[in-house]
Write a protein that binds this ligand. Sequence first.
Ligand code: ZN
Length: 388
Amino acid sequence: MIKITADDIFDGRKFHGPDRALVLDDDGVVSALVPLSWVGEDYIKVEGVLCPGFVNTHCHLELSHMKGVIPEGTSLPAFLTAVMENRRPPAAEVLSSAIDSAAEAMRQSGIVAVGDIANTAATASVKHRTAQQMVWRTFVECMGVADAFAPHRLEHSLSVMAQFRQAGIPASLVPHAPYSVSPTLFRLINGLKSNGIVSIHNQESQAENELFRHKSGPFLEFYRHFNMDASGIGGSGTNSLPSYIGYFDQDQTLILVHNTFTSRSDVEAALARSGETYWCLCPNANLYIEGMLPDVPMLRDTPGVTITLGTDSLASNHQLSIWSEIETLRHKFPQIPLEEMLQWATLNGAQALGISDTSGSFEKGKSPGVVQILHNATKLLDQKALIM
Ligand SMILES: [Zn+2]
């Protein structure tokens, strides 16, 4: 039995104050959150705040070797060009060691579940090995701007997805971004049976909206640079999100990632579809690439919007820490209560990844992990060391 109290306890939805104790069984399964006076004398007291394990709903673990490689502040088309020209690692051991270290650092910082983008099966090994310590949901990313190659691109991504599924790692096939997926490829992805949760990079740059509105702007130069035929993409006359959201008509759960240049009417267009939609914010990556943040006050004020948090990758972030994302948001939006942001980081993320039956809150029967927040640092508590 584990009985633990702290200066405050956040349960996934709200703070409970200092006079509470969290009771877990020896396997870390929550029994109750009760008044401290109920648990007798033999409890452990820690400093700071206790919080359920963090859920990172957007990461690219396979880019972990790219820390510090890409310059900051270039804006998205130039960032993508640099990633595509630098992503090949020097050697397989260098990549796997960077992936292992990044996964371990995420766990140490309190992350217990990750929605992770994959273009290759490079992360299958660590996900298989650490499945007891971390909940992995893999989003195999498919891209292809030329309609003619859509079936071929889909087939390639399906073969990558099969490698994860064969290793017992839950995986779904997802479109990379509105500017990198042709209409036919969108339709093929939408039509997949038993696919699962879909995530997509949404409106990460103003250039994306410009492409869809006017078929102009920096993405045309990006396509030219790589000699891509993207003639089927853009020019709808509206922003990106309302242009492509209609492709998802199968009640899929959607995780829209970034939303840096998303307006209220874009949000409303997305909410009109059936199927759950989650709005994942990756503020540190937005500052790294675009120097901009989404309209977070608008998102939290719009009924029906559920916000989650992601770290994106070490190509566009200095660390993979959900707490660091919260600190950035607190600095920029001091009017938003910490309680609300912590729910984005825990329960909302667990709902987005479809794991809220086990993760995201201190509710009876769940095993969400316990994070200690102290002096602006976070760590996952070793529950075995707390057993009495
Ligand atoms: Zn991303």
